[in-house]
Design a protein around this ligand. Structure first.
Ligand SMILES: [Zn+2]
Ligand SMILES: [Zn+2]
Length: 246
């Protein structure tokens, strides 16, 4: 169920009576629950990721490249997923919505953000068979503090749209990691390497898994998750995120 509908159900009233029908990003134009509380003008600033991009990490490349390529980042890093894709650039309105959704509990952005992911990821995922969708987990301490896992909230609508089963229990975050924003790419990778584990007893032999997160930055987090899944027998792990840090 979508966040807006859930709130509506709790309260038993039309959502417009609870939230003013105003865009929650610019706070000036009209936007309803149905619009995800984001107006047409703010929507027009969303930048979808389009080819050409690195076939491995999905980094968009400005230019008229017609052949497949792999970016220099991917040559330097050992990545454990087969490919990563993102729906949109983590800039402007999207970045603001992600931050407010995640850090300020602005759950009304869930429909907007999940909508971007579903729109781009669902058609691509339908082209190949996938066994599970697994959200990147939060450490239990972080989960208690934030009260929800943003990756799990975004993965659920994608699972419904693609009919790929959601498995939120597959991965566990075993090491609480401090915020990564001030670390270098190498430090992030080292920090993350042993942060995740697969639930004991999970049978993943030959499984093809879609990992979901909100933002892809260096790939350190998703690669560490993919590493854990692959060592538990998964045949392939791909990554889909709503936004891509550029
Ligand atoms: Zn707006
Ligand atoms: Zn790359």
């Amino acid at each position: 169920m979508l966040a807006a509908e859930k709130i509506k159900e709790w309260l038993g009233v039309p959502l417009g009576l609870v939230y003013p029908e105003t865009c929650q990003l610019c706070k000036t134009r009209r936007a309803t629950a149905r619009d995800g509380f984001v107006c047409g003008r703010c929507w027009s600033h969303v930048r979808f990721i389009r080819p050409p991009f690195c076939r491995r990490c999905g980094l968009p490349f400005a230019g008229e490249l017609t052949t497949e390529f792999q970016c220099t980042n991917c040559h330097e890093l050992e990545l454990h997923f087969s490919f990563a894709r993102s729906a949109v650039a983590a800039k402007g309105v999207v970045l603001e919505a992600v931050h407010r959704f995640k850090y300020s509990h602005a759950l009304w952005f869930e429909d907007f953000l999940a909508g971007l992911l579903v729109r781009e990821a669902a058609p691509a995922l339908r082209e190949e068979p996938w066994d599970f969708i697994a959200p990147v987990p939060l450490h239990p301490l972080k989960l208690r503090e934030r009260e929800f896992n943003q990756a799990a909230r975004l993965a659920a609508p994608l699972a419904r749209a693609t009919k790929i089963p959601l498995n939120g229990q597959l991965l566990r975050r075993i090491a609480p990691t401090a915020t990564q924003t001030l670390l270098t790419r190498e430090q992030r990778a080292a920090n993350m390497k042993h942060a995740f584990a697969v639930r004991p007893g999970a049978r993943l032999d030959g499984k093809r898994i879609v990992l979901v997160d909100d933002v892809f930055t260096t790939g350190a987090t998703t690669s560490a998750c993919a590493r854990a899944l692959r060592s538990a027998g998964a045949a392939e792990v791909c990554v889909w995120t709503v936004a891509r840090g550029l």
